[in-house]
Design a binder for this molecule. Structure first.
Ligand code: NAD
Length: 339
């Protein structure tokens, strides 16, 4: 079966999911929805994605030189599933429309978890989303944490997770967001919302997170401490990380900063220089008994892209977990570089 996919909201996440879905042998992107005829709409149009727009904006798009195929309502009649990548909180407003159109929907981490039946991460709970109508792919920071937790659980029971998340202040295109100087402890009182968000996917975990917003657009950096029930060796931890899909070990001697990491992936020829993997610094892995420390970078714009692709297969019930992760990884070249 070829799954017919719509993308509502073609911004940072939507544009990447559209490109990734177009690469899948079992998916076709029937159309993308834009509200304004801006530069992102133009790039979607130039890449050949059919454009769907609100009825009262058709003229504006056509004046701007973009052919319009129809409205969101018309697009929903042609597809099996919609990936909602509208800004946080907006997706929930579309839910009843998706319901009426009889399509499945994959929401993003900016929505409240109550928008969906399941909050999703492919490694942690693919099976829980199989056949569901509404699924939410958790945010970039949460995805990064969950993949690490899945890796550590390979080593035995995880008693607790404590993490400091140094968050990028904005995405590269967000000229009106900051900070452009200073670090903000946000919220000052822990936990940051990421701990609760992890629990929407992995319920039975003791997790505490602090978040610091930093003046950078490149990536987040996480410093994470695990307390495992049984003592482990550094080699055990490295092996668990190496064998967990979508985790990539990098050496600080080669790439010591988020700046070099991002540039290396631009050099790699990956679309938009995206890094879909958790980039864990091998040098940072520190172990003493059951205590494990790990530092990783998370490319916020890209890490949820493979998860969205797997979420589409899960809701459609067209693939099991292992096959979906394998196809997604192969088509996106995941762990093909610097691993
Ligand atoms: P974005 O602002 O880059 O893109 C949103 C898109 O939706 C834009 O094309 C915008 O024109 C369009 N849009 C705005 N209002 C709309 C409306 N009422 N109806 C239809 N379309 C509308 O946002 P983003 O960063 O791609 O975020 C999308 C979702 O993904 C949010 O839930 C966010 O929390 C989540 N997310 C973002 C990141 C990130 O780093 N940017 C990472 C993970 C998850």
């Amino acid at each position: 079966m070829v799954v017919k996919v719509a993308i509502n909201g073609y911004g940072t996440i939507g544009k990447r999911v559209a490109r990734a879905a177009a690469l899948q042998p079992d998916m076709v992107v029937v159309g993308v929805v834009k509200n304004r005829p801006n530069w992102e709409a133009l790039s979607a149009y130039r890449l050949g994605f059919p454009l769907y727009v609100p009825e009262d904006r058709v003229e504006a798009f056509e004046k701007a030189g973009m052919r319009v195929e129809g409205t969101l309502e018309e697009l929903l009649q042609k597809v099996d599933v919609v990936v909602d990548a509208t800004p946080g909180g907006v997706g929930a407003k579309y839910k009843s429309l998706y319901e009426r159109a009889g399509v499945k929907a994959v929401f993003q981490g900016g929505e409240n978890s109550s928008v969906a039946e399941v909050s999703f991460n492919a490694l942690a709970n693919y099976d829980a989303a199989v056949g569901k109508r509404f699924v939410r792919v958790v945010s970039c920071n949460t995805t990064g944490l969950i993949r690490l937790i899945v890796a550590m659980r390979e080593l035995g029971r995880v008693r607790s997770v404590r993490a400091v998340l140094v968050r990028r202040g904005a995405d590269t295109k967000e000229v009106k967001k900051g900070p452009i100087e200073g670090l903000i402890l946000k919220p000052a009182k822990p936990p940051s919302h990421h701990a609760e968000d992890v629990k929407t996917v992995i319920g039975d975990i003791d997790v505490l997170t602090y978040a610091v917003v930093a003046p950078t657009t490149l990536a987040h950096m996480h410093l994470v401490r695990f307390e495992l029930e049984e003592p482990v060796t550094r080699e055990d931890v490295i092996r668990a990380l190496e064998t967990t899909p979508r985790i990539m070990l990098v050496k600080a001697s080669l790439l010591s900063s988020t700046a070099e990491l991002r540039e290396a992936f631009r050099d790699s020829g990956r679309p938009l220089g995206d890094i879909y993997e958790n980039a864990v610094w091998e040098d940072s892995v520190w172990v003493s008994g059951g205590e494990v420390w790990v530092a990783q970078a998370v490319h916020q714009e890209a890490i949820v892209v493979p998860e969205n692709i797997d979420a589409i297969r899960a809701v459609m019930g067209v693939s099991d977990k292992e096959s979906s992760i394998k196809i997604t990884n192969e088509t996106l070249g995941i762990r093909g570089w610097f691993a």
